[in-house]
Design a protein around this ligand. Structure first.
Ligand SMILES: [Ca+2]
Ligand SMILES: [Ca+2]
Length: 196
């Protein structure tokens, strides 16, 4: 067995450990990319005062966004993101407010739409459409949707939608009686009786 008793080697290892520790702590504490995801509320003015991060595309539909005393981090290196605000609204930098944009990340004025052909507030697809110009029907702005958490199972009949509690005597239009979008056709009356 060989024992190494080389003070230069020991110092090199010690300095390497120190450098690694500094880098690790820097990575942990300097990056807002690990901040929680920003939470925005549509159709009202939002104020962000705690650092948060954005991945993908996020923003406020029909409301102003004020950043104050905190940093909004948009994207991470290698994965840019978009912070949007809608036409007629503003992004306001208050005292101590800032943005940290990864390369390729943008702040953009644009609309966010969903396709809602039957105008029941539920979209057939939960993938939004972003546009810098206003779009008409069947596009509906996100803040006007009833929900973008559940999709419309049939976008050609406004009575067929998530949460529907009424029953109907005719099919919704495609032969199905699934009006509440639970992927089942539920009968209101299931008992069978003989007429006297
Ligand atoms: Ca719909
Ligand atoms: Ca529908």
């Amino acid at each position: 067995m060989t024992f190494i008793n080389n003070s230069a080697l020991v110092k090199t290892i010690q300095s390497s450990v120190a450098v690694f520790t500094v880098l690790l702590l820097g990575w942990i504490f300097s990056s807002d990319a690990h901040a929680a995801a920003c939470v925005f509320t549509d159709n009202t003015n939002n104020t962000i005062s705690v650092g948060c991060s954005i991945s993908g595309t996020a923003g406020v539909d029909n409301g102003n966004l004020t950043i104050s005393g905190a940093t909004i981090t948009i994207g991470v290196p290698g994965t840019p993101a978009t912070l949007f605000f809608t036409p007629g609204n503003s992004i306001i930098k208050g005292a101590g407010g800032s943005f940290q944009k990864a390369a390729g990340s943008i702040i953009q004025k644009q609309y966010v739409y969903y396709t809602d052909s039957d105008n029941d507030g539920y979209a057939l697809s939960l993938t939004p459409t972003y546009s810098t110009t206003a779009l008409g029907s069947p596009y509906k702005r996100r803040y006007l949707m009833t929900s973008v958490a559940s999709s419309d199972c049939y976008d050609s009949n406004a009575n067929a939608k998530p949460g529907q509690t009424s029953y109907f005597t005719t099919n919704r239009g495609d032969g199905s009686f699934d009006y509440d979008c639970d992927s089942a056709q539920t009968q209101q009356y299931t008992a069978t009786n003989n007429c006297p």
